[in-house]
Each structure stands twice: as C-alpha cells, then as structure tokens.
Design a protein around this ligand. Structure first.
Ligand SMILES: Cc1ncc(COP(=O)(O)O)c(C=O)c1O
Length: 453
C-alpha cells in the first residue's frame, strides 16, 4: 500500500496522452522557454478535467489516505501553502468548541494570524526564555495545568514542539493534562517531521504524533525533504474533530489550484521514507553525533543541548552569533540557518556528510580564533536584521491580565482597530514576527512594553 502513488499515476496518465493544453496554468507546459527547464513546466499542472477532484476517487484524497495509514493517523491532509495553511485552518476549526484558546507564547505568527481570522481570544501561556542562549525553552506542564484550572471554556491548546532550535516538550504529559479537561491539543511540529523516524534512543517518542496530540502540523520541506511550501496536517484521531471539520476549515484558507509539483513531492517523500524505513535519517544521526562531538572540542564554543539531533545551536564566548555567522559566510561560504546576538543555528540536511562537518568545524575554529585575536565586531552585515529578535523588550509576557487592552479583548478587534486613521500609540495593532524564527515581537492588543518581565 505504501508504494502506491495515485498522484504520480494521474500525472503520468495525463502526460501519456500528450494533451493539447487548453487550460490553466498559462505556461501550458511550454517547451521553448528561457526561464525554467521545460520538464518543470511539463509536470506543473493543477486540477485538470478528466480526473476526479472531489470525493473519494480523487488522487489527492487517495494519496492522503495512504499517507495517513503510514503515519497511523485518521487522515493526513496535504498542504501546498506550507504548515502556515495548516495552522490557519487549525485555528478555524477550534471554533467548534468556543473562543478561548490557550496559546504558548512562542507560537508561530501563522497561529496568531489564524486567531485573528477565526476571531478567537488568546489565553497566553508563558514559556521560559533562556536568556543565556536567547531562545525559548520547553513548555512547563505545571504552568499549563494551572492555566487550565483557572479558565473555563477553553476551546483548545496550541503549542510548538520542537521549537525552531530543536527543543522538544513533553507532549505525552501535556496531552494527558489537556484531555483530562476535554481540551484538544494542537501541536505545531513544523520542524519535526523527521522525529517519528528517529528510532534510536527512543527518539520516536519525541514526535507529537506518538504522544497523544490531536492535530499535528508538519512542514515537510523543513524536515523531510519535500519541496518548499509543502506540508502535512495529521488529524491523529476523531475524538474532537472529524475529517469534514478539517476539510472545510482548510478549504477556507487554501488555494483552489493545488500544485501537482508540491503534491507529488509530498507523495514521493512518503513513498521514499516508507520504502527505506527512514534509513537515511538514521545514517544522518551518526554523522550529526560526530559533528557535535567535534564542535564540542572547540574551546571558544558551547553547544546547546537540545533533543533534535539535526539542529545545531551554538554560541561562541568571543563573539555574537551574528559575527560568527558573518565570518563563516564571508571567508568560507558557509550559510548557516540563522544567527542572533547570542548564538547561531545550523540545520543538518539530507546532503550533510562527515567531510562537510569537518570543513565547518575547521572554519568555526579559525573564525573564533580570528575574532578572539582581532576583537572583531561586524560592520553592518547581512545578518544584522535578525538581531531584532533579541530586542530587550522581547521577553516573556508577564501576566495574562496585563497583556490585553481591555477595550479590545480579541486579537481580531485589535487588528481591525489598526485600520482606523487615528491610531493610539499605546497598543500594537500588527503581528510583527521576524522570520525565522517567527515568534511575535508585536501582537495586536498587546501594550507596548508588556513583553518585558
Ligand atoms: C514553528 C513554525 N511553525 C510554522 C511555520 C510555518 O511553516 P511554513 O513555512 O511551512 O508555512 C514555521 C516557519 O518558519 C515555524 O518555524
């Protein structure tokens, strides 16, 4: 079953007819063009006549079902607008149970956008911020439990695990706490699509899919190797939501022209993982371990201990992450994933090898020595825009009562107030979240300065 490919079959069938293309997309599969290789145009179709696009016979639904079966989910919806679309739809579906949503402080901006669109009200869950590293820590289950005890009518709980920097929360415990009060748990696992395949050290237990979450949203382009903007929303069970609840919510926010290129890349990624049993991920773990060990040997460098083996977050005791990243880029053409005033993040991807690891370790060593010796401070450089994520005001929302302007108790109201000509300077109206990492530094209705402890 796992090697079935309804989307690829549909595409091949379509191509085998060499059809005269009197339909969108406008490029019509052109052969002579000066932009992309012709093969890309040839397979870039969307829904085309002659193939079912609704109902259970359509290839997308069929392929999703096979993927769901593989992941042991009730249904796995393909997303062609990234995990962001899955998160928007997940906020919409929470309207089934009410308005109040328990939100971790470090949710991605698409969650806040979804709250605005869906007209929901946040109950903010404080997440510890590790000042010495400049990143968020795990969700504290006791804090979550306290909030649930204090608030009635919670429609759902939304958290992110793993974080951008690879910090995984105790989803098993969190799901038990939520379910005791009949609250659905939604986990943004955008960065963790690979976690359920890391069998070594029981790492598979790191995935929300295995730990009781009700909806899990994954960005496969970030963590499994499909094309950019492809992702999957797994409805793990039907205890709270049905297939149709999610389908109609996704329809509200999705394009009516899903890209076959993206759909195909999801289908073939699933097929590849199923056929290889995720072996390539296990091989990468060994290389990642060696890489970490070698980085640990560099005297100026401290390595952050996280749960995701493919996220390497480190800091230097002689420079900021931005300066180190700039040195690596300028002198060694090494592009890191991101950097901030404290640390820098690298992601181990499919093409990582031991040789690349050794090359990076040497480059970090030399750069750290150079910075230490010369006391370099970077000039204005291409990484500096990311420094705003460590704006001193960017800390934890202190107490729930103080974060909302009483006159605009919902994010949506506060957002709409932002369209008025005379704007109060006292409150924010916009969602501002430098991406990456996508944590909000401005939230509609939140008073300026209330981010500080
Ligand atoms: C934690 C988190 N959730 C969701 C998203 C959105 O994912 P996508 O880019 O696939 O829409 C991101 C993207 O940066 C993210 O970091």
């Amino acid at each position: 079953m796992n090697n079935l490919t309804p989307i690829l079959d549909t595409l091949n069938d379509y191509l085998s007819k060499d059809p005269v293309r009197m339909h969108v997309p406008f490029h019509s599969g052109i052969i002579n063009n000066e932009i992309f290789p012709p093969e890309i145009y040839n397979i870039d179709i969307s829904e085309v006549s002659g193939y079912d696009v609704i109902g259970e016979d359509n290839p997308i639904y069929q392929s999703e079902k096979i993927t769901a079966d593989f992941f042991n989910a009730s249904h796995s919806f393909y997303l062609t607008g990234g995990a962001s679309i899955g998160l928007l739809a997940s906020m919409m579906v929470l309207n089934k149970y009410g308005k109040k949503v328990l939100l971790a402080r470090n949710v991605h901006k698409s969650v806040i956008n979804g709250m605005i669109l869906a007209g929901l009200e946040p109950i903010w869950l404080d997440v510890d911020f590790l000042d010495e590293w400049g990143i968020f820590s795990k969700i504290n289950p006791s804090k979550l439990e306290d909030l649930i005890e204090k608030n009635n009518d919670i429609a759902g709980c939304v958290i992110v695990s793993p974080t951008y920097e690879g910090v995984v929360s105790d989803i098993r415990r969190i799901s038990i706490i939520c379910h005791k009060k009949n609250i659905p748990l939604i986990v943004d696992e955008a960065h963790g699509g690979h976690l359920c395949f890391l069998k070594e050290d029981s790492r598979a237990e790191l995935s929300a899919l295995k730990c009781g979450a009700d909806i899990v949203i994954q960005s496969w382009h970030k963590s499994l190797g499909s094309l950019t903007q492809s992702g999957v929303l797994h409805l793990t069970n039907e205890n709270f939501f049905t297939y149709y609840d999610l389908k109609r919510s996704l329809d509200l926010v999705s394009s009516t022209s899903p890209s076959f290129l993206l759909l195909l890349s999801l289908e073939l990624t699933r097929k590849h993982i199923a056929e290889t049993k995720g072996d390539f991920l296990k091989l990468l773990i060994d290389k990642a371990r060696l890489f970490r060990n070698n980085i640990n040997e560099i005297k100026q460098i401290s390595l952050f201990q996280n749960e995701d083996p493919f996220k390497i977050y480190l800091r230097s005791n002689s420079s900021s992450g931005i300066d180190l990243a700039y040195e690596l880029y300028k002198n060694y053409s090494i592009e890191v994933e991101s950097a901030n005033e404290i640390g820098l993040l690298m992601m181990i991807g499919r093409s990582f090898t031991e040789e690349i690891g050794e090359q990076i370790v040497r480059a970090i060593e030399k750069s750290s020595n150079r910075i230490e010796l010369l006391g370099l401070r970077s000039e204005q450089n291409r990484f500096s825009s990311q420094s705003s994520i460590l704006n001193p005001q960017f800390s934890i929302l202190n107490s729930q009562s103080s974060i909302l302007n009483p006159s605009s108790s919902s994010l949506r109201e506060a957002f709409i107030l932002g369209f008025r000509k005379e704007r109060s300077v006292e409150y924010n109206y916009d969602v501002v979240a430098p991406c990456p990492p996508g944590y909000a530094t401005s939230i509609p209705g939140v008073k300026e300065g209330d981010y500080a402890n």
